[in-house]
Unconditional design. Structure first.
Length: 253
């Protein structure tokens, strides 16, 4: 009984911290208006404490992802703004992977074991099929920007996807979107300056109008979807070969 209870500790701890964070309003600080309002102070601190700042940024990013807070895109933009698109993008990829892995392991320990113990034949078959082509499926889910990040973090835990496969596909799959936002962030100062000219004082008041929808254009989304479809080709080929082999075996008999 005690052993069964222990497996829920990681997930319960994350959920408790998540609820505490929402009640404390932590997510309210994860907005472009807050970033613009305090960017001078933050930039000054980073100039004097660059390494420390990068570590703080990485820790905050990993925590936001682990707690499934809606703020990953904002933080990626902030990383590009304060550290440059290359350093900001690389640190973001590492931090996002660490946060995603934390929630994945917690969910697999708690939900995965419980689900497997109660799984019927159909769910077991689905789980086995997902694991066989996990890399292709996960790359598709990561690359295609229509699935919530938190959902893609949790779903593989239910199918007992190997940790190595999960980490590798997370790193590769989030690179395109991460650097798209980081590059946007690296040019944000010029956008804010233009806004300040048109609306003096908007930076200090946090009322500058920044259209983040310009980052993910229809063409860029289409490119991501195409990359996701390409990631599914190996799984489709394997299924076709298995079906063909089964058909040839039936014909011979």
């Amino acid at each position: 009984m005690v052993r069964h209870a222990k497996r829920w500790v990681p997930l319960v701890a994350i959920l408790a911290l998540m609820v505490a964070g929402y009640l404390a309003g932590w997510h309210d600080y994860l907005s472009l208006s807050e970033l613009i309002r305090h960017r001078g102070t933050v930039a000054g601190f980073i100039a004097d404490n660059r390494v420390t700042s990068i570590l703080i940024y990485a820790a905050v990013y990993a925590l936001v992802i682990a707690l499934s807070f809606p703020g990953g895109s904002f933080l990626t933009i902030a990383g590009g703004l304060f550290f440059g698109w290359l350093v900001g993008g690389l640190v973001t990829v590492v931090a996002a992977t660490l946060g995603a892995t934390a929630i994945f392991l917690a969910a697999r320990t708690s939900l995965g074991d419980a689900l497997r113990a109660r799984a019927g034949p159909r769910l077991s078959q689905l789980s086995e099929g997902f694991r066989k082509d996990a890399a292709s499926y996960l790359l598709f889910l990561r690359l295609t920007p229509i699935f919530p990040f938190w959902l893609v973090n949790l779903a593989p835990a239910l199918f007992h996807v190997p940790l190595g496969t999960y980490v590798l596909t997370t790193v590769v799959g989030i690179i395109p979107g991460t650097f798209a936002y980081a590059v946007f962030g690296s040019g944000l100062d010029s956008v804010i300056a233009a806004q300040e000219q048109a609306n003096p004082g908007c930076g200090a008041s946090g009322t500058c109008s920044i259209d983040t929808s310009a980052i993910l254009t229809p063409e860029l989304i289409a490119a991501f979807v195409l990359l996701g479809v390409v990631a599914l080709i190996p799984a489709a080929l394997k299924k076709w070969r298995r079906a063909r082999a089964a058909g040839n075996g039936a014909n011979k008999s």
